[in-house]
Write a protein that binds this ligand. Structure first.
Ligand code: CDM
Ligand code: ATP
Length: 284
């Protein structure tokens, strides 16, 4: 067996280029409008075949029990759906901050579904994998499809879009934001009027979670202010805590990164309308 084929599966980060809330479903989940774009930066996953029914992580993630690990849950889900009899050892080389709004956990789950479906030869379509993924997290289907997307509902209705692919500086202000707490905040704007893709393209869109998160986490407001001070428009991704801004080019983004205050982490990455997972599948 060629084990090289089992190694080096990318699980890229995403940005929400804007985030509006248009309503609330009966089950309490919020109806969103957003644009997802991938980044040329993310986790990397390695797999090894395991005989028998075992699915085990080879990594340790802070505050995540092996049974709750989204990669383990994704692999078990695929086994259940297909009746596949063997197992896998899964190693996440973690790069993305957890709870940073970059979708790392969802991306790890999507990469596990796509990679193991290929490696195990279980033959599900991307649509079927996306449906399985929705049970693990609202953003998983977008990562499975790997195309920049205009998304609605809780993220399960989406269509491809092709925004510009600039170089971004992404800043992690050192705090973890609970997605549930942001969605539960009484001050959150939940009645945005539905907009069209053209409104987003014309700049008539924002992230409505930003004021709530900035109120509770001053570090997020400071990071947004610092980025704006570099002469660019800054925004938060998802429910935070990471903030980002597009620069003229890679060089300008790296220069700004060089000026980043030492108490914050940051990285430079390019926006991608096709994800690194898609490119990896081209070579598979
Ligand atoms: C806001 C986004 O970051 C946009 O990309 C994602 O939709 C969030 O997805 P996620 O991190 O997978 O969020 P989950 O772990 O599913 O949700 C955490 C909690 O946030 C609330 N939640 C989440 C998504 C949503 N559309 N409405 C909600 O009200 C729910 O109380 C939920 O229990
Ligand atoms: N493999 C995994 N990687 C990261 N988080 C995981 C994983 N498995 C389970 N989790 C849990 O999922 C939570 C959310 O992690 P994630 O990195 O996706 O947050 P996020 O970037 O804020 O996502 P989003 O933008 O979707 O809100 C973590 O705090 C952790 O408890």
């Amino acid at each position: 067996m060629n084990l090289d084929a089992w190694r080096g599966w990318p699980a890229p980060a995403k940005l929400n280029l804007f985030l509006h809330i248009t309503g609330r479903r009966a089950d309490g989940y919020h109806e969103l409008q957003t644009v997802f774009q991938f980044l040329s930066h993310g986790d990397v996953l390695d797999f090894e075949p395991l005989a028998g029914d075992q699915v085990r992580p080879a990594h340790v993630l802070e505050d995540v029990a092996p049974e709750d690990d989204l990669t383990v849950r994704a692999a078990r889900c695929l086994k259940r759906a297909t009746g596949y009899g063997d197992g896998a050892l899964i190693r996440v080389r973690k790069v993305l901050p957890m709870g940073g709004g970059l979708g790392g956990g969802s991306s790890d789950a999507a990469t596990t579904l796509v990679a193991l479906n290929h490696l195990w030869g279980t033959g599900l379509t991307l649509g079927e994998l996306a449906e399985l993924g929705l049970g693990l997290g609202a953003d998983v289907p977008i990562f499975v499809h790997g195309r920049a997307a205009w998304a609605e509902g809780v993220g399960e209705r989406f269509e491809p879009v092709a925004p510009p692919e600039p170089w971004y500086l992404v800043v992690h202000p050192g705090v973890h934001v609970s997605t549930g707490a942001v969605f539960g905040d009484p001050g959150l704007t939940r009645n945005c009027e539905a907009i069209k893709i053209a409104d987003f393209t014309a700049g008539r869109a924002a992230n409505v979670c930003e004021p709530i998160v900035c109120k509770h986490y001053p570090a997020v407001a400071e990071a947004l202010g610092w980025l704006e001070g570099q002469g660019v428009q800054a925004r938060m991704t998802g429910t935070g805590s990471c903030v980002f801004a597009a620069f003229e080019g890679e060089h300008a983004a790296r220069e700004a990164h060089g000026r980043l205050p030492a108490h914050w982490q940051g990285f430079v990455a390019q926006g991608q309308n096709r994800s690194a997972l898609q490119y990896r599948m081209d070579r598979a």
